[in-house]
Design a protein around this ligand. Structure first.
Ligand code: 8ID
Ligand code: ZN
Ligand code: ZN
Length: 348
């Protein structure tokens, strides 16, 4: 018994969202309808609402792309997802599956990609649609509240760590370590046998980062010389083998090449509005530094990221509030006050 109406947070015009009732949609032949129980709130959702990026959203738009729930309906072509299965709505809602990127498991690069909570309605509603091929398969019995943030934050940082090329025993700097992606990154880094230097601001985030397994914490708000402090945190003082940039601010994107180890990798993941990368050509060449971007993950990355969670290796602090309170979460997020992740409960 799927209702015809449901509660949702709808962006009617850029800059704000309204909690209201909207119709429940029917899945197409290759789609499933998921009764979303919980959804994580990613900073991307705030960027989408604020129109921060040079890519248009649909309007009106239901945001959200960390939705964990139960499959309640499926299209006629769907064979491998059953009604009653647990499943997740992630950023990549669908892709063509036929282009050269899709064929090589680079689905996020597909030019036909559908983006949950951006180009198609996402998980800040009680019933959301996704292409069956792309929904995350969540193991039976999982805690949906806790697993929701894995569906974007977890997948993205796990992929970013793989893209960085760091190996067990090596050092990685996590910039924005106290936030949603950062907290996940500390847990994945630990599970992957890496040593992490957490960079963020304030004592609450320091405490959280240390609990999540960081070997060192550098406070960007109080440090007199951040570059020197990050390098000094590695045993030989040459700096971390890789840097994961997760902050929503341009400055750390300009700084990272200064403290990364020679031959190290700077991986850009955070998407501050209007920001540019800048690095001296001379140092980049003679220190053989790699600068690259990393964008969510493919279906295999999704399965692997969920497996780390299922093994009990990923525990990230989260707070749950009702979907009706989403605007308050955005308020805290704008001020950089969130430690870990906020999750919304779609039943209230
Ligand atoms: O696929 C992707 N590339 C992808 C996937 C998901 C999210 C990219 N993102 C992007 C989001 O759109 C956003 O721009 O990653 C960024 C981080 O998302 P989030 O983790 O959901 O945001 P948050 O919880 O607000 O955490 C950001 C942290 O950065 C810190 C803040 O204190 C906060 O803890 N921070 C800032 I702002 N400036 C900093 C600085 N200079 C900083 N930390 C260190 N140094
Ligand atoms: Zn996200
Ligand atoms: Zn494609």
């Amino acid at each position: 018994n799927i209702p015809s109406e449901q509660w949702a947070q709808v962006i009617e015009k850029t800059g704000s969202c309204v909690y209201k009732k909207i119709p429940v949609q029917k899945p197409g032949p290759d789609e499933v309808l998921i009764n979303v129980k919980y959804s994580g709130v990613c900073h991307t959702d705030l960027h989408a609402m604020m129109g921060d990026w040079p890519l248009d959203t649909k309007l009106p738009l239901v945001g959200g792309h960390e939705g964990a729930g139960v499959v309640v309906a499926r299209g006629s072509l769907v064979k491998d997802v059953e009604i009653g299965d647990l499943a997740g709505i992630k950023w990549l809602n669908g892709s063509c599956l036929a282009c050269s990127f899709c064929r090589q498991a680079d689905e996020p690069l597909c030019s036909q990609a559908l983006l949950s909570g951006y180009t198609v309605d996402g998980s800040f509603q009680q019933y959301a649609i996704a292409k069956a091929a792309h929904v995350a398969r969540i193991p039976k019995g999982s805690n949906l509240e806790e697993i929701a943030p894995v569906l974007c934050a977890g997948i993205t940082v796990y992929k970013g760590l793989k893209e960085s090329g760091v190996r067990p025993g090596q050092w990685v700097a996590i910039v924005g370590a106290g936030g949603g992606l950062g907290s996940m990154a500390l847990q994945y880094a630990k599970a992957m046998g890496l040593r992490a230097i957490a960079i963020d601001g304030g004592e609450e985030k320091r405490e959280s980062c240390q609990k999540l397994g960081a070997s060192a914490y550098v406070d960007f708000m109080t440090s007199k010389d951040l570059v020197a402090e990050v390098k000094a945190a590695t045993p030989d003082g040459t700096g971390p083998h890789a840097v994961l940039l997760l902050a929503v601010s341009e400055k750390p994107f300009q700084q990272a090449t200064e403290y990364v180890r020679p031959r190290g990798a700077v991986v850009c993941i955070g998407l501050p509005a209007g920001a540019y990368l800048k690095a001296p050509v001379f140092d980049t060449v003679i220190r053989m530094i790699q600068i690259k971007g990393s964008y969510v993950g493919n279906r295999q990355d999704t399965a692997e990221a969920l497996e780390f969670y299922a093994r009990g290796l990923i525990k990230v602090p989260f707070k749950t509030v009702g979907l009706s309170e989403l605007s308050n979460v955005y308020g805290l997020m704008k001020e950089g006050k969130i430690v870990g992740r906020y999750v919304v409960d779609t039943s209230r």
